[in-house]
Write a protein that binds this ligand. Structure first.
Ligand code: CTP
Ligand code: MG
Length: 382
């Protein structure tokens, strides 16, 4: 039994009101439609995906950068949704079943797709749908209630909608003859006289239609947050440069270390590594390795960021505190923030640099060294 998914993605998103159609908006680092395609592909029962878009050439260029192994033909759509699905259907006729799923439902789960397909294998036509739980009223243009509707037996229909390919082909042929207009494919299949089975859908599989939906989808697709903590200490010595947050500061002594001993940047590095569970700076850049002799710590931070991003963990905020008796770093703070932000790819508002003395107490108070503490927040990319 071969199943091809048809993904209509040729709408213009009028109700959302963005200049770019919603399916191409970037959400959690990828175009919305990529999330949808990835989730459909993650369903073992889907063999191939036909994508219907406004401009196939441009879509191919955008999607080329993503790993979408089941993606097959990309075909041009039509004016109405049903015209787009018809175009997709023409490229899916060799399949036993077709599973139509809106590009604008990026939170569909592979499990739901599998369940709807499973029912359609038995019945020939199945759609994901939710029972109406709220009371339903009909209102007029002025916002006055005209009627309270009995909600028993009412369902809100979603996609995926899965059909025997032959049934959907027949339903579309009939729709053309009779000039039927519908907002879902099951509507045509019903009109052609086939029985359609309702399969319990999922609330999270909502369609991105309004700005509120988009905000919710962004939050749900953003993944969870991870936090890392870093701490570092370096001894002060004569004849060394003092480099903090990538800024060289005129001072009578500098920090001692294998690299440039930028204690502030090292604390940030360890916090990033901590957030993604990748150990510490010493493990990745051991001081026994000549390559890191005199290294620019901002360069080490860039490498650390790459390690984190490879692990699906992207820094989104950093807060660092320097502990030093002298000098005052106030005049250099903006430059330090700019350096750390540039390397981590963060806007200035997401980088905080501050300093404290230890009131003359301890090794730092006696001016024997400096320490730094950092906290980094990372976003886990889905
Ligand atoms: N769609 C399509 N071709 C059309 C219209 C819609 O492929 N001519 C697709 C949309 O891209 C979307 C799905 O059908 O993935 C559901 O449609 P809808 O939510 O109505 O999207 P839009 O038509 O883009 O939005 P709007 O109605 O607000 O303009
Ligand atoms: Mg529409």
């Amino acid at each position: 039994m071969k199943t091809t998914a048809i993904v209509p993605a040729a709408g213009s998103g009028v109700r959302l009101g963005e200049a770019t159609p919603k399916q191409w908006l970037e959400v959690a680092g990828r175009p919305l439609v990529v999330h949808t395609l990835e989730r459909l592909a993650a369903c073992g029962a889907v063999d191939r995906i036909v994508l219907v878009v406004d401009d196939p050439g441009r879509a191919e260029a955008v999607l080329g950068g993503f790993d979408l192994p089941k993606l097959g033909p990309i075909v041009p759509g039509g004016v109405r949704r049903q015209d787009s699905v018809r175009a997709g259907l023409a490229a899916a006729r060799d399949a036993d079943l077709v599973a139509v799923h809106d590009a604008a439902r990026p939170l569909v789960t592979p499990d739901l797709v599998a369940r709807v397909i499973e029912v359609a294998v038995r019945t020939g036509a199945a759609v994901a749908a939710l029972r109406v739980e709220d009371t339903i009223k009909r209102g007029d243009e002025a916002g006055l209630v005209r009627q309270t509707i009995d909600r028993s037996g009412l369902w809100r229909v979603q996609t995926p909608q899965v059909f025997r390919t032959q049934w959907l082909v027949e339903a579309y042929a009939r729709a053309d003859q009779e000039d039927l207009a519908v907002t879902d494919d099951a509507g045509l299949v019903e009109a052609a006289g086939f029985a359609v089975t309702l399969v319990p859908g999922e609330a999270i599989n909502f369609k991105v239609t309004t700005p509120e939906d988009l905000a919710l989808a962004r939050r749900l697709l953003a993944g969870s947050v991870r936090v890392g903590h870093g701490y570092d200490v370096h001894r002060l010595a004569e004849g060394r440069r003092l480099v903090l947050g990538g800024v060289e500061i005129p001072f009578e002594r500098g920090l001692l270390g294998h690299s440039d001993a930028d204690v502030m940047t090292h604390a940030v590095c360890d916090a990033v590594l901590g957030a993604c569970g990748a150990g510490d700076l010493g493990r990745h850049f051991p001081d026994t390795d000549e390559r890191w002799q005199g290294a620019d710590s901002l360069d080490l931070l860039a490498r650390v960021k790459d390690i984190a991003v490879d692990r699906g963990c992207r820094p989104i905020q950093v807060d660092v505190t320097l502990m030093a008796e002298a000098p005052r770093i106030g005049p250099y703070v903006e430059q330090m923030k700019a350096n750390l932000g540039r390397v981590l790819g963060l806007p200035p508002g997401e980088v905080s640099v501050k300093a404290t003395t230890t009131e003359g107490l301890g090794i730092i108070g006696r001016g024997q060294g400096m320490a730094a503490l950092a906290v980094v927040v990372c976003r886990e990319e889905s």
